[in-house]
Write a new protein. Structure first.
Length: 235
């Protein structure tokens, strides 16, 4: 990644020198290179969404992993992303302005306790909700999640019940509009029977129960207006 960043940086500086031949101060060239690169990147993000929308008019368009959050959120009992990540997301409003929905990632790693994972997911979703509420009406949120810890290396290593609750039940309880269960195609022939078994069994039943529970709450408590959102003060 560092090498790739260096290539972009060097090429941007070379282009800035070519575009501004009368500028000889290197610091000024660096500033121009950064400005030109950021403007081009902004245009790329926005025009990509516009192109996608023109080709698939009924789809909801946005970018995976936005808004962003620090990976150690939840480590110290925190339920929010660090302030510098919130500030960075605020600078990305040009992406959110053009997006039809937000697509944060709540993938779990193995280097954390179940409690820390729960709080990490909550921090990511709280940040997505913060960005969503900047719009009227709020932008829909669809969180990318998975059900396996390391599908690139393991054949049958699925989330335990606590982590499934953190990544399936918790989004529903926080009012998230939906989840996208995503994974790798690595060793899929070997993994597929295990995935099918899990989806036909416990995971599928959990999803069905959550949908039924929230539909019932929406009808009885919300009178078909809005959706039930639980408090974030408990785990």
């Amino acid at each position: 990644m560092i090498c790739v960043i260096k290539i972009f940086r060097n090429e941007s500086i070379a282009k800035a020198k070519a575009d501004h031949p009368t500028v000889t101060n290197y610091t000024e060239i660096e500033k121009l290179a950064e400005k030109d690169f950021n403007e081009a990147a902004r245009k790329f993000f926005v025009e990509t969404i516009k192109l996608g929308r023109s080709l698939r008019t009924h789809a909801k368009w946005g970018f995976y992993g936005f808004p962003y959050c620090n990976y150690n959120a939840g480590k110290n009992g925190t339920r929010e992303c660090w302030k510098k990540y919130q500030d960075w997301n605020d600078k990305m409003m040009f992406i959110f302005n053009e997006s039809d929905a937000l697509f944060p990632s709540i993938y779990l790693g193995s280097n954390a306790t179940s409690e820390e994972r729960f709080l990490y997911v909550q921090a990511v979703l709280n940040e997505a909700r913060r960005i969503s509420r900047k719009f009227n009406p709020p932008k829909p949120i669809y969180a990318y999640t998975k059900i396996e810890y390391d599908p690139l290396k393991q054949i049958n290593d699925f989330y335990n019940e606590k982590d499934l609750c953190s990544t399936i039940r918790q989004p529903a309880d926080l009012g998230i509009d939906g989840i996208i269960i995503w994974s790798s195609s690595r060793n899929i022939t070997l993994r597929c029977p295990h995935i099918q078994e899990k989806m036909n069994g416990g995971i599928g039943s959990m999803i069905s129960n959550i949908i039924e529970e929230h539909e019932g709450c929406r009808k009885t408590r919300c009178k078909e207006h809005g959706k039930c959102v639980w408090s974030t003060n408990s785990t």
